[in-house]
Each structure stands twice: as C-alpha cells, then as structure tokens.
Design a protein around this ligand. Sequence first.
Ligand code: HEM
Length: 118
Amino acid sequence: MSTLFDQLGGQQGIEQIVDDFYKRIMADNTLNHFFANTDLDKQRQKQVAFFAKIFDGPDQYKGRSMETTHTGMNLQQQHFDNIAKHLSDAVAVRGVSPEDANAALARVSSLKGAILNK
Ligand code: HEM
C-alpha cells in the first residue's frame, strides 16, 4: 500500500512542497520575523526530513523535538493556523487529492500541543 509520503510525490514532491511552503511563510509578515535568524537552506532540509518521517517515508530526521525546537517562541494558535494554511496551499497546488492533503494536515495538526505556548 502506498504511504502518504508516496502520495505527496515522494522525496522530490516533498522537496517541492517544502520550497513553496517556505516561500509562502517568508512572504507573510505575521510569520517571517520568526525566521529572521534562521538558515533557510538548513531549515528546508530539516523540514523535508521531518515531513518524510511523519508521512511514513524514510526516517532520516536528525533535528530536535517539536517541543524543544519551538521553546521560547511563545507561538500562538494564530501562528499555527497561518503556517498550516501555507502548508495546505503548497500541497494543494501540487495536485494532491483532497483526502491525502487532509491526512497530511491532520498529522501536522496533531503536533500542535507540542509546538504552541512553549
Ligand atoms: C505547523 C507545524 C510545525 C512543524 C511541523 C515545524 C517543524 C519544525 C522543524 C522540523 C524545525 C527544525 C528543528 C531543528 O532545527 O532541529 C523547526 C524549526 C523552527 N520552527 Fe517550526 N514547525 C511548525 C510550526 C512552527 C510555527 C507555527 C512557527 C512560527 C510561526 C515555527 C517556527 C520555527 C522556527 C523559527 C524554527 C527555526 C529555529 C532555528 O532557527 O533554529 N514553527 N520547525
């Protein structure tokens, strides 16, 4: 059976989604300031590895836990919703089926408690 990773286009598909995702984030003034001191090339690579892992692809993520990473950012629901919208849009333009897109978003949303208010 194919995984969500496969349905999103495998490694290459996820790389394209992540590229587009960070373009959208960096064009959004409610979000881009959080990334002012972030190395975006590294961030994209980590995000590709993280998505591959949570979408049942290869597990090569070597970054920190969601809780540790976002500690001190004091992220709120609105930040999460805005990020989730950009991810949803980046997935939708790739022609992923609504079912697979919703499944991917549900996995990301399940991390909300680990990310917000830290
Ligand atoms: C929606 C779900 C989210 C996921 C799956 C996610 C995932 C990640 C991952 C994998 C990293 C890299 C961890 C590492 O460096 O070891 C990271 C870092 C980061 N995240 Fe998130 N994140 C999410 C939400 C957010 C939100 C809502 C914000 C702010 C609006 C945010 C801001 C950041 C920043 C600024 C970094 C980089 C920190 C640095 O420069 O070291 N994240 N995130």
